[in-house]
Ligand binder design. Structure first.
Ligand SMILES: C[S@@+](CC[C@H](N)C(=O)[O-])C[C@H]1O[C@@H](n2cnc3c(N)ncnc32)[C@H](O)[C@@H]1O
Length: 277
């Protein structure tokens, strides 16, 4: 599938004849021909300058090229009553997932890639069995899998899995044997996991108001139970300066994690890190 955002579309506008541009949101480059007013793709599909201008105008969306036309990569689910969109963040940076207007990664102060590296840095060295509680686009699961023995990751929403399938940056979720993808509610699924099993846990839930149970004492008790002794955890809580995911949330999360038994708890970049001694 060929995918374009405004960042690649701007390259099309500058170029004539033959040029190279990314058709997978920055991962690789492909040659495009410009002949008689049409941009011609490797499979023979053609689009016009007007198509390119539309992509630049709709600057918070990604588009696929299908049947010589551009199709917005978004979906609405009647089941969840939510709108899902792959949202571009830069010329060669991974897109984020926007669910009804809420972005699933930090994208303003840094790229989703840097955001993911930061999260993992609090559980370094990231080795052994890793629990990634909330898959999203799979960036934490994928990066963790590069050093871990196995990553267990859980996604409650099948619509997010549909977005993963079209996102070139999520590909490894489907072809990396070290990643064990599960579709299910981690609040329930964690009860099936063994005591003292995981070396590392990365807990990156949606905002508190969208997933209250994933910030509950009962869930933290389960996270503590499945973490090995000497294991490390990072819990994303959100930006301390922001209205909804503020300093109080970080303090409350820290207190609850302490009650569950976690030690060496620290307020760190957008979250709380800790250990099981
Ligand atoms: C902030 S995103 C995670 C981003 C992820 N770390 C990444 O690298 O892309 C949160 C994700 O958790 C999912 N989610 C929400 N509640 C869940 C639950 N109870 N169990 C599993 N996944 C859940 C949401 O659908 C969303 O995709």
């Amino acid at each position: 599938m060929y995918i374009l955002s405004k960042f690649q579309a701007k390259v099309f506008l500058l170029e004539r004849k033959e040029f190279s541009v990314s058709l997978d949101l920055g991962l690789t480059k492909t040659k495009i021909q410009f002949v008689d007013g049409f941009f011609i793709f490797p499979d023979g599909q053609k689009i016009t300058i007007d198509h390119i201008k539309k992509i630049i105008k709709k600057d918070t969306s990604c588009f696929s090229i299908e049947n010589n036309d551009i199709i917005k990569l978004s979906l609405f689910s009647d089941d969840t009553n939510k709108y899902y969109k792959l949202m571009p963040t830069g010329i060669d940076t991974p897109p984020t997932l926007e669910i009804s207007g809420i972005r699933m990664h930090v994208t303003k102060s840094m790229s989703a890639e840097e955001d993911t590296k930061k999260k993992i840095s609090f559980v370094e060295p990231c080795f052994g069995y890793v629990l990634d509680t909330c898959t999203g686009l799979g960036y934490t699961a994928i990066l963790a899998s590069h050093t871990a023995r196995q990553v267990f990751t859980y996604e409650i929403d099948e619509n997010c899995v549909e977005v993963q399938k079209i996102n070139p940056w999520s590909k490894e979720l489907f072809n990396n044997p070290k990643i064990k993808m599960n579709i299910g509610d981690i609040f329930l699924e964690i009860k099936k996991l063994k005591n003292n099993f995981f070396d590392r846990i990365i807990h990156d839930p949606p905002r508190l108001t969208f997933a209250t149970v994933l910030y509950s004492q009962g869930f933290y008790d389960e996270l503590f139970r499945v973490l090995k002794h000497k294991g490390k955890i990072y819990h994303y809580t959100g930006h301390p300066g922001s209205k909804n995911r503020g300093v109080h949330l970080q303090d409350n999360v820290l207190k609850r994690m302490q009650r569950s038994g976690f030690k060496n708890l620290k307020k760190v970049f957008n979250g709380v890190s800790g250990e099981k001694i």
